[in-house]
Design a protein around this ligand. Structure first.
Ligand code: GH3
Ligand code: MG
Ligand code: MG
Ligand code: MG
Ligand code: MG
Length: 315
C-alpha cells in the first residue's frame, strides 16, 4: 500500500484526537447511502479508524436510525437516494436537532457542480465529490470531529463554574427552566433549595482568599457527592441551589438535614487549611413552575435560617 505523507499526517492527527477523547466516548457515525458497495467502502474506512458505524439506505431510514441512536454525532450522506435525498435529509436533521451537535458531510458522484452548494445551503458542514481520495476523506472527517469537540468544550466551559467545577448559574437557569416546563405539564410539586455558607466573609478575613476558595471547592465536592441525581449549581459567591429531581418534600428535607450535619462534622477535613464551617439552607416545595418565584421563596426560607441562628434548614 502506498501511503502518502499527507495521509500519514491525517492519520496521525486523527489518532491524536481519538486519544484525547475519554475512552468511552467513541465517535458514532451514520452512513446514509443507497449503494451497498459505496456504503460498505465508507464503512471499511471508518471502522479502520475505530469509529462506531451506523448505516441507512435512504434519508427517511437515516432519520429513524438517528432518532434511535442519539449518540450519533456525524452523518456522511449521499445525495441521490430514494424517498428523502441528501439535501432534504440535512434540512430535516437541522430542523429536529441542535445545530452544534451533529456534523453532516455530503457525498455525491453527480457531475452537477451546484450540488455542493445545495448541500451546504441545506445545512451540511462539508462536501466530498465521489470517487473521493481517502486522505481527503479522513482529513475532512477529522476536521469535523474536531469542530464538534471544540463546540462541546466551549459549551462545557460556558456551563461550568471555573472555581468549583460545579454547574454555574447560567446552566442552572437554562436547565431548571427546561425541567419546570415538564413539571408544569405534569402539575408536579417542585422542591427547590438555596444554600449559603455561614460567615464566609470571616473565613476570607481570617484565613485569606485562597482559604476561602479551598472551602468553596471542598463544599462543592461534598454537594456533588450528596446530590448526584439532582440539579445543583453555584449561583454566585458562596450561594448554591438545588432543584430536586424527586418531588418529595420529606425526602428533600431529610437529605438537606443530613447534608448540613455532614458539613458541620466534616468541613474541617475539606482542605489543608482545616477550617470548620457550617451552611444554612432554605427549601421551598410548591405547585409553582416559575423559577424566579421558586428561588425567591427558597431565599426567604434561607434568610429565616440565617436569622434563627444558621447551620440549619428552614422549609
Ligand atoms: P452569612 O452567614 O450571613 O451568609 O454571612 P457571610 O459572611 O457568609 O455572607 P456575606 O454575603 O457577607 O459574604 C460573602 C463573602 O463571600 C463576600 C465575598 O467577598 C466572598 N466571596 C464571594 N465569592 C468568593 C470567591 O469566589 N472566593 C472567595 N474566597 N470569596 C468569595
Ligand atoms: Mg445514491
Ligand atoms: Mg450574606
Ligand atoms: Mg454566607
Ligand atoms: Mg451569601
Amino acid at each position: 500500500d502506498y501511503i502518502t505523507k499527507e495521509h500519514k499526517q491525517a492519520y496521525h492527527y486523527l489518532k491524536k484526537q481519538l486519544q484525547r477523547l475519554p475512552k468511552n466516548k467513541q465517535i458514532s457515525i451514520l452512513i446514509v447511502e443507497d449503494s451497498i458497495s459505496a456504503r460498505h467502502y465508507i464503512k471499511t474506512l471508518l471502522v479502520r479508524q475505530k469509529y462506531r458505524v451506523y448505516e441507512a439506505n435512504d434519508g427517511e431510514h437515516a432519520l429513524q436510525v438517528l432518532a434511535e441512536n442519539p449518540e450519533i454525532s456525524v452523518i456522511i450522506t449521499d445525495f441521490e437516494m430514494p424517498k428523502l435525498n441528501g439535501a432534504e435529509l440535512c434540512v430535516e436533521v437541522r430542523r429536529k436537532h441542535n445545530d452544534e451537535d451533529i456534523a453532516i458531510i455530503g457525498i455525491s458522484s453527480s457531475e452537477q457542480a451546484q450540488l455542493s452548494a445545495r448541500f451546504i445551503k441545506s445545512g451540511a458542514n462539508d462536501y466530498l465529490r465521489k470517487p473521493f481520495n481517502n486522505e481527503e476523506f479522513y482529513c475532512r472527517l477529522s476536521q469535523n470531529v474536531d469542530m464538534l469537540e471544540n463546540i462541546a468544550t466551549i459549551r462545557r466551559q460556558a456551563n461550568t463554574d471555573y472555581r468549583t467545577d460545579l454547574p454555574n448559574r447560567r446552566y442552572f437557569f437554562e436547565e431548571a427552566k427546561k425541567q419546570l416546563r415538564v413539571d408544569e405539564k405534569a402539575q408536579n410539586t417542585v422542591c427547590l433549595a438555596m444554600l449559603d455558607i455561614d460567615h464566609f466573609k470571616s473565613i476570607n478575613d481570617n484565613h485569606g482568599h485562597d482559604a476561602g476558595d479551598a472551602v468553596l471547592k471542598g463544599f462543592s465536592a461534598a454537594l456533588t457527592k450528596f446530590f448526584p441525581n439532582d440539579l445543583i449549581a453555584r449561583m454566585g459567591g458562596e450561594e448554591f441551589a438545588i432543584k430536586f429531581t424527586k418531588n418529595d418534600k420529606a425526602e428533600a428535607q431529610k437529605q438537606l438535614t443530613l447534608f448540613i450535619q455532614y458539613i458541620e462534622k466534616n468541613s474541617r477535613s475539606f482542605s489543608e487549611y482545616a477550617i470548620p464551617f457550617t451552611v444554612s439552607a432554605g427549601l421551598t416545595d410548591e405547585i409553582n413552575h416559575n423559577l424566579d418565584t421558586l428561588l425567591k421563596h427558597a431565599d426567604v426560607h434561607l434568610y429565616q435560617a440565617k436569622e434563627s441562628g444558621r447551620n440549619r434548614l428552614v422549609s
